[in-house]
Design a protein around this ligand. Structure first.
Ligand code: ZN
Length: 843
């Protein structure tokens, strides 16, 4: 067994630092101070000074700024953090965007200060002679060189403008994207003359400097949204924070693959183990006031401030969402670990201040998310120092966020492979779509008082809990939705606000099946996984490292319990063909997601059949019908993806050897489950009458005109494309080269649903039933895909077995023909299919 020792890690981290200092330029502080000492006071006497971590000087006439730092501040790292204060979403900047945390060090080189960043990842044991080679093949970043303007006995004065009014510390311009096609909104060039340092906050242990960067692009090609007043001149406001390395007895906690925390990763370069990693989790430094007590308040609670921009009516619900995390902390031994306060309207601090954790509200022209919960952690220890949560008003409204997606009748579903916002938590968007659908299904109006409105209050509490969970260090857990079976999950008496093992999942809105009483809509209390994860991350350590190791191991050894199931974004199957365990999936619910999906499909069909009655309002346009129809369609299509993932899937178990009986990391999905998934898709997604209840609504799916907005985009619902795109998304997965290959691979270790059997079932589904225009469309899509897989016409990336299997299906389809005395369109369809297949075979 591998034994981690954190005292050891910290020692070696320090050793890395010591090794580092060998290559530092020799300090020259004593050589020629006399000449410059005089200048120092002359210079600063004309400037306004603010004292703090560094001293910050400003010429109140010219606005020019200077910084002074003490000699003791040289050659040791500060935590540097960049955060967007305001920006335009087109270039990836938005208010509250935590962009970068790294170590930055100031070093003296003769008459200059070097501003250097380096990566603490590579750790050497100082006892090992290899540590002398710690610098081999690593590059530091020399970000800037500043002239020393004056030196007062080791107090060094430099100009701050060149450091802050350039992109030296942080690159603001987006990096080039090699996959970008077409014109892209471009910031152009930074104009340092027009840029200005607008605000500085000096504290004893940290300094924030806010800079408005002005970019000029005289010849913009893409104009961006109307949120930018003029695309030639864009201002991005960015805050640079320098934070003194905390000097406390914080004990890092090691990371483990079985529980999902954000981490700082360290490679132990002199450790011969199989996994020579010293990764630590990001977490707050919570220490019991009374170390002996089972339950104690922390010395320093985590304090959350509700920003004074938050609508009053929502504050109680928000407070509840934050405070409910205390349920998990109590299980880990802490009382009142999290405290919520409201920022006074006349507060002298602002929400960007890294000394405050703030729940912020904005209503942006192009909301990049519904909620976002970043945190700033010490790169050397994982100790979380500051965090924010950004919430968008849109989450609470019916407003179109994904305008292009929905006004086009969800036509763009097929193009949803983009990873654009994947870095950010997109839960808010998904919740919003869900609660609009739930609103319709529940027949309830929006209440004036959110606390009386179960859909909205549960959704908001869920969102807040989820985002706060991120700021506590927690990853997503897209595998926690299997907590209840498909009946239990709708029983509010049982679930009591816990629908899922974790609030860190992306659950669909939990709408009851037809004929079943509505239960909880969303998870709004921490689930068993959350309690366990908080116990792992925050429970108080034992002093003895080996005893502590055993204590942590005993918590982790429960990871195989079903209610503690975990899988994050690196496991989830949201993208076609990516990842393997269908239990790790967004939008899935219950321990039987296939049955849950069928309930949802039936419910959506019923809602479509009632939509004209419920959705049309006298004296109003049909915008509501259109919006709701698209949301319902989105619910339907989302479940199709969930179900598809079971075909060719493999269950993954990350338990360690002997943790429980029969630990086997890979287990192919049972044959019966794969066949159930295929049968469900054949009945609800590939059937000739798929979404037939939507058809009466089509003539009413009309967007309200606004100016010339629809010019160039035809207004009519393109229903064949909508449905085919949903089907394509499913085929993208089950016919993905990796899925087909895996079906053959897994046959060698337990899969009994063979590649040929799967394709035969699929062909039967797609070619079963009467021929409608929808099934014609799908059959042609399928045949074209089989031809592409076969490699008969063009080169293919599919493996040999998949190619042969595809040809087998094509032959069987070729043997079918239009029944005698068929209508013309049926004969034309079969003739065309035959032509396609014959052409492929003839090549
Ligand atoms: Zn999230």
């Amino acid at each position: 067994m591998m034994i981690f020792s954190f005292t050891g890690l910290r020692k070696s981290t320090l050793a890395g630092l010591v090794a580092m200092s060998f290559m530092l330029p020799p300090a020259l502080a004593d050589e020629d101070d006399d000449k410059e000492a005089k200048g120092y006071n002359d210079i600063v006497s004309e400037l306004k000074m603010q004292q703090g971590l560094f001293n910050f000087y400003r010429n109140i006439e010219s606005g020019e700024t200077m910084l002074s730092l003490g000699e003791s501040q040289l050659n040791r790292p500060f935590i540097y953090h960049a955060q967007t204060m305001d920006g335009v979403v087109e270039v990836g900047h938005f208010r509250g965007n935590f962009r970068q945390t790294r170590l930055i060090e100031f070093r003296r080189n003769y008459k200059q200060i070097e501003v250097v960043s380096w990566n603490p990842r590579y750790v050497f044991d100082s006892e090992n002679p290899l540590s002398r080679a710690a610098e081999a093949n690593r590059s530091e970043a020399l970000l800037a060189v500043l002239d020393i303007e004056a030196d007062d006995n080791g107090r060094l004065l430099v100009k701050a403008d060149p450091l802050f009014k350039s992109q030296a510390l942080h690159r603001i311009t987006p990096w080039a994207n090699p996959n970008q096609t077409g014109p892209r909104f471009s910031l152009g060039t930074l104009n340092s003359d027009r840029s200005r340092i607008t605000r500085e906050r000096l504290y004893e242990r940290n300094m924030d400097v806010v800079v408005d960067y002005v970019f000029i692009n005289e010849d913009p090609v893409a104009f961006g949204s109307v949120a930018a007043a003029d695309p030639r001149f864009i201002t991005i406001s960015l805050q640079h924070s320098f934070i003194e390395m905390p000097d406390n007895d914080y004990r890092p906690r090691r990371d483990d693959p079985r529980v999902g925390y954000f981490t700082q990763q360290f490679n132990q370069m002199t450790n011969p183990e199989w996994t020579p990693w010293g990764d630590v989790i990001n977490r707050w430094d919570l220490v019991k006031k009374d170390p002996e007590a089972e339950l104690s308040e922390p010395v320093q609670p985590i304090v959350w401030w509700i920003e004074n921009t938050t609508p009053y009516a929502w504050r109680n619900t928000i407070r509840q969402g934050v405070e409910d995390w205390n349920i998990a902390f109590e299980a880990a031994g802490f009382k009142n670990a999290i405290v919520v306060k409201e920022q006074p309207d006349d507060a002298e601090w602002d929400a960007g201040d890294v000394n405050y954790n703030v729940l912020r509200w904005t209503s942006s022209p192009r909301p990049p998310f519904g909620g976002y919960g970043p945190s700033l952690a010490n790169p050397k220890t994982g100790e979380i120092i500051s965090s924010n949560i950004m919430l968008e008003f849109v989450f609470m409204s019916n407003r179109w966020t994904l305008g292009e997606l929905f006004s086009g009748g969800a036509n763009l579903l097929a193009d949803q492979h983009s990873d654009e916002h994947e870095l950010y938590c997109s839960l808010g968007h998904k919740l919003q779509m869900g609660h609009i659908a739930a609103r319709l299904a529940s027949d309830t109006r929006m209440y004036d008082n959110i606390e009386d409105d179960p859909i909205l209050s549960q959704a908001l509490r869920h969102l807040i809990m989820h985002e706060v969970g991120h700021t506590l260090g927690l990853n997503h857990n897209m595998r926690s939705h299997g907590l209840w079976n498909n009946e239990e999950v709708h029983n509010a008496g049982l679930t009591q606000g816990v629908l899922s093992g974790s609030v860190m999942d992306y659950n669909p809105v939990n709408i009851a099946p037809v004929g079943v009483e509505q239960g909880d809509y969303y998870s709004y209390k921490p689930g068993p996984y959350d309690l366990w994860a908080i116990e792992y991350g925050y429970s108080s350590p034992l002093a003895d490292p080996e005893a502590e190791q055993l204590r942590l191991e005993s918590i982790l050894s429960r990871s195989h319990q079903p209610e503690l199931a975990f899988g994050n974004d690196a496991d989830d199957m949201r993208a076609a063909g990516r990842h393997i365990d269908p239990r790790v999936m967004i939008g899935a619910m219950s321990s039987d997601p296939i049955a849950y999906a069928q309930d949802r499909w039936q419910r959506v069909n019923v809602e479509f059949s009632q939509l004209l009655e419920k959705g049309r309002v006298d004296g109003e346009s049909h915008q509501r019908v259109l919006t709701t129809a698209n949301m319902l369609f989105g619910q339907y299509a989302g479940q199709a993806n969930v179900v598809s993932r079971f075909i060719g899937g493999v269950y993954v178990d990350r338990s360690f050897v002997s943790q429980h009986d029969d630990v086997k990391p890979f287990q192919p999905v049972p044959r019966e489950t794969q066949r159930q998934a295929m049968a469900a898709l054949n009945s609800y997604v590939f059937a000739p009458d798929t979404l037939v209840d939507m058809q009466p609504v089509l003539a009413y799916m009309h967007a309200q005109r606004r100016g010339f907005n629809h010019r160039g985009n035809n207004e009519d619902p393109r229903v064949h494309r909508m449905i085919l795109n949903m089907q394509r998304n499913v085929l993208d997965h089950i016919l993905h080269e990796q899925v087909l290959q895996r079906m053959s691979d897994t046959e060698l270790y337990g899969n009994t649903y063979s590649l040929t059997e799967m394709l035969t079932d699929l062909t039967k589904g797609i070619f079963g039933g009467e021929l409608t225009s929808l099934s014609q469309n799908l059959q042609l899509e399928y045949v074209n895909r089989l031809i592409a897989i076969s490699g008969l016409e063009d080169d293919t990336d599919y493996d040999h077995l998949s190619q042969a299997a595809a040809v087998g299906q094509l032959r069987s389809i070729r043997s079918q023909s239009a029944p005698r005395r068929s209508a013309d369109h049926v004969r034309h369809h079969y003739n065309y299919l035959h032509l396609l297949i014959d052409r492929a075979f003839a090549v």
